[in-house]
Design a binder for this molecule. Structure first.
Ligand SMILES: Nc1ncnc2c1ncn2[C@@H]1O[C@H](COP(=O)(O)OP(=O)(O)OP(=O)(O)O)[C@@H](O)[C@H]1O
Length: 312
């Protein structure tokens, strides 16, 4: 079952085609990492899903119901955390959430229970601290509390971690991960390590369309290459080592390799057993008397998929 589907959605701003027949499917219950470089069209997609922007073409369905521009019908099941949430800084967190709840029609009785519960869920206290004295991380947590107030079935977060420092990011990611089972999360970002930490599904937006999309584990198996990095410490005559690698390539133990002359760094892609190839490589160090500063096994990562798919 999919909570959200975009079918052939296109959107241009003047001559700029931002989305070009975009298809996107978000399974119910997933934490979906919506990845793209700056300007790829992530915010535009989210605004279209929320009916805040008008599409040129295509269909957007939330729980099977079409999203219409300017109509908030489907927004009853969504919560939204914009990239830069705005607050009334003179209020306390409790006052702000109560205010948001009231304008969305929640009763005072419900809010008396709901506000402290939601603040607790995101790790904020009920103290008298005004929002103006909140850190960025606290503001982001208040933003997510506001988005969670009406128990959304789909939570949409636009680059929620990009302005946070490492500890703020950690805390925030933990909150998002803790929401699994409570709501589906569509989470846009260009920070791939954040996606690897908490997402089970991922879609990569490039040139107006999803280049790849699916369960993160499956994509890693399908796209990412097994790799060994070998770095020498200084410029030396590596001709003999190149020759060794070419021989290994002929024997099909490695599929290809690249060399970065500025870093004296070889990236060797292979299929099959790491141990077997590593043994051969160690043998070639011995044979050439060229010994590296670093040799390490690189596990398949979202970054390697991203680099392969987007930047190739
Ligand atoms: N209202 C608008 N009018 C004109 N161009 C726009 C408008 N909104 C977005 N764009 C353009 O559309 C493109 C995609 O923008 P969008 O904000 O959706 O990308 P993004 O992936 O969210 O980027 P970022 O990570 O930088 O936020 C950009 O080139 C942007 O300049």
């Amino acid at each position: 079952m999919n909570i959200l589907e975009l079918r052939q959605v296109s959107k241009a701003f003047g001559p700029k085609q931002v989305l070009d027949e975009l298809n996107l499917v978000v399974p119910t219950g997933s934490i979906f990492g919506f990845v793209g470089e700056n300007g790829a069209g992530k915010t535009t997609t989210m605004k279209l899903i929320l009916g805040l922007e008008q599409k040129d073409q295509g269909e957007i369905l939330i729980k099977g119901k079409p999203v219409a521009f300017g109509d908030n019908q489907t927004n009853q099941v969504t919560g939204y955390l914009p990239d830069v949430p705005e607050f009334y800084n003179y209020m306390t967190g409790k006052e702000y959430l109560t205010f948001c709840g009231e304008i969305t029609g929640l009763s005072r009785t419900i809010l008396r229970q709901k506000v402290p519960e939601t603040l607790k869920l995101v790790g904020l206290s009920l103290d008298k601290k005004r929002i103006k004295s909140y850190s960025r991380g606290m503001k982001q947590r208040l933003g997510i509390a506001q988005a969670l107030l009406n128990d959304p079935e789909l939570l949409i977060c636009d680059e929620p971690t990009s302005a946070l420092d490492p500890s703020g990011r950690n805390e925030f990611l933990e909150i998002l991960a803790g929401l699994k089972g409570r709501t589906t999360i569509l989470f846009s970002t260009h920070i791939l390590s954040d996606v690897e930490r908490i997402c089970d599904y991922v879609g990569i937006l490039d040139q107006g369309n999803l280049t790849i999309s699916g369960p993160l584990d499956e994509l890693k198996r399908q796209y990412a290459k097994d790799q060994i990095e070998i770095q020498f410490s200084e410029k030396q005559n590596l001709r003999a080592f190149f020759k060794e690698l070419d021989q290994l390539k002929e024997r099909e133990q490695l599929s290809d390799y690249s060399y970065d002359p500025d870093k004296f760094l070889f990236k060797v892609n292979y299929v099959g057993s790491y141990e077997k190839l590593a043994e051969e490589i160690f043998r070639s160090f011995e044979a050439t008397q060229l010994f590296p500063r670093v040799i390490k096994k690189i596990d398949p990562s979202l970054e390697s998929i991203f680099l392969e798919v987007v930047q190739s």
